[in-house]
Design a protein around this ligand. Sequence first.
Ligand code: ADP
Length: 399
Amino acid sequence: MKILVINAGSSSLKYQLIDMDGEVLLAKGLCERIGIDGKFTYKPQVEGKAKKDAVDVAMPSHGEAIQTVLEALADPVNGVVKSMDEIDAVGHRVVHGGRAFTESCLINAERKEAIKKCFPLAPLHNPANLLGIEACEKVMPGKPQVAVFDTAFHMTMPAAAYIYAIPYAYYEDDDVRRYGFHGTSHRYVSARCRELLGNPEHSKIISCHLGNGSSLAAVVDGKVVDTTMGLGPLAGVPMGTRCGDIDATILEYLMGQHGYDMKEMMNILNKKSGVLGISGVSSDFRDLEAAAKEGNERAQLALDKFHYEVKKDIGAYAAAMGGVDAIVFTAGVGENGAGNRAAICAGLEYLGVKICPDCNAQRADEHLISTDDSPVKVFVIATNEELMIARDTKEIVSK
Ligand code: ADP
């Protein structure tokens, strides 16, 4: 079975074609500047096929983008399938499933309406995700389409974890609660971690997805009991450009001091804050490390703040779960940032975390970075959200 995985943004669209027999990646790439001019990148993973790198292709809408992807995949010379008919189903990343979606599902008219109802909860993402779905329906009529939600894995949280301490009516009437994001990534790495632990009957895992956007999840026996992001992806630890948890009073105060309206204020908190905001240097952790090494104190402060908040949440989740068996690091910073991992874990010895510096310095898609006698196992596991989406799609269309 061959599955096309689509992650549609407002002006971009990432894709992967995966052969589920052996879970082999056949091709991946992206469409950019959709609705502007159009740039197309195609990276076949099959020997002897030529790639395309940001070539000009007119893409007035997501429909032309999907059409371009299909033509490349089935191209007689550089394609990886003989025809579009070889693609059995499409799996779509959908960011917000609201309270309606607790798991992945086959897309139909009613479920598209439910995805639309979540637009106000994720105004930047869900409309774009639906555009991707509707473009596929148009270009590939009759192909089964599956939605995989970023929020779904977190829907097992107990009420005490997801409720906000504001009037209860806002939960009942307006769906205000903690939802959490990166769920597909947390699900992939925590499941893989359980396997690496030898599939114990009980497990307490803290999954740290640290990238441009970052979140942690506490996972007991495969079910999320808490996560750091909230109603939206602005909450939790500080990120590349997002502020993470802050005192709501700051909004009122700064809006009064500077005359910002809500849109300007939110733009500052989303785009100009986080480690970029503190350092004034960059949102990229590599740049921050380089600047800190040269003596830039604010770059060091930004890193210290990030490490401190991640460490604090690890402690909080150990408390929430009554212990911890394993910690997993994933995503750009989690997978590659050995210095960041070391700084986060420093001081967690009381919790049973003993890092092996040599193991931590090594690079691999999956490896143990704690010592053999460390009571808490610490892993680096490369995330693979696309594979998770493809697996769900396969399972659902096979039913
Ligand atoms: P996104 O959240 O956009 O998917 P990624 O998971 O790709 O982002 O993470 C991007 C981040 O990973 C960047 O901020 C980059 O600084 C960081 N990163 C990549 N390689 C390294 C490295 N070797 N050391 C530290 N950070 C790194």
